[in-house]
Design a protein around this ligand. Structure first.
Ligand code: HEC
Length: 155
């Protein structure tokens, strides 16, 4: 019983300190953090395209690695609208996100969904075609990256 109370107290004090940490951040600091988080999501997307591109260029085919990369891309795609929840257009940060992201959030979320659907298609391609499907799997994903960049990312 005493132990449970101690553990609860530890959890509560952790929650309180997280909360006050968030409160200590100014809106501008929160917006700057949001820019870093969203850019990290894209870095991770590119990171996970890496193994697929390596296999397409003649590297050894490893189905487990390909499937893992595609599943990660799918998960990251579903996070894109969330990491853009903070409208940072009021600040002059270094960012390539165009203001239209926030004026057309439905369109942006739909472009993110296209990536998730593309990843899901890539997964079935790998499952049915194995090594022969790597190029087609990339083809199911890559154009959805480019389509969103064309509409929502500065050159
Ligand atoms: C729904 C829209 C959307 C999709 C889908 C999308 N991107 Fe992007 N991407 C953006 C936007 C907007 C930025 C600019 C972010 C910023 O600078 O704040 C960006 C930035 C990037 C960056 C630069 C990150 C940095 O700052 O270092 C890379 C790399 C990138 N995307 C790769 C990809 C890849 C690879 C895919 C597909 C697997 C992808 N993106 C899919 C919208 C998208």
């Amino acid at each position: 019983m005493k132990r449970i109370i101690l553990i609860s107290a530890a959890i509560i004090s952790t929650l309180i300190s997280f909360n006050s940490f968030a409160q200590r951040m100014t809106p501008e600091e929160q917006a700057a953090a949001a820019v870093g988080t969203r850019q990290a999501v894209f870095k991770l997307l590119a990171f996970n395209m890496g193994p697929l591109q390596g296999m397409a260029r003649g590297g050894d085919y490893d189905e487990a690695v390909a499937v893992q990369a595609i599943e990660r891309i799918q998960t990251l795609a579903t996070m894109i609208p969330e990491v853009f929840a903070n409208d940072t257009t009021a600040y002059d940060f270094e960012t390539r996100a165009l203001n239209v992201v926030w004026s057309d959030m439905d369109g942006f979320a739909s472009a993110a969904n296209d990536l998730a659907m593309g990843a899901s298609e890539a997964l079935s391609i790998i499952n049915s075609q194995g090594a022969d499907g790597v190029r087609n799997a990339i083809q199911a994903i890559g154009p959805t990256c480019g389509a969103c960049h064309d509409a929502f990312r500065a050159e």
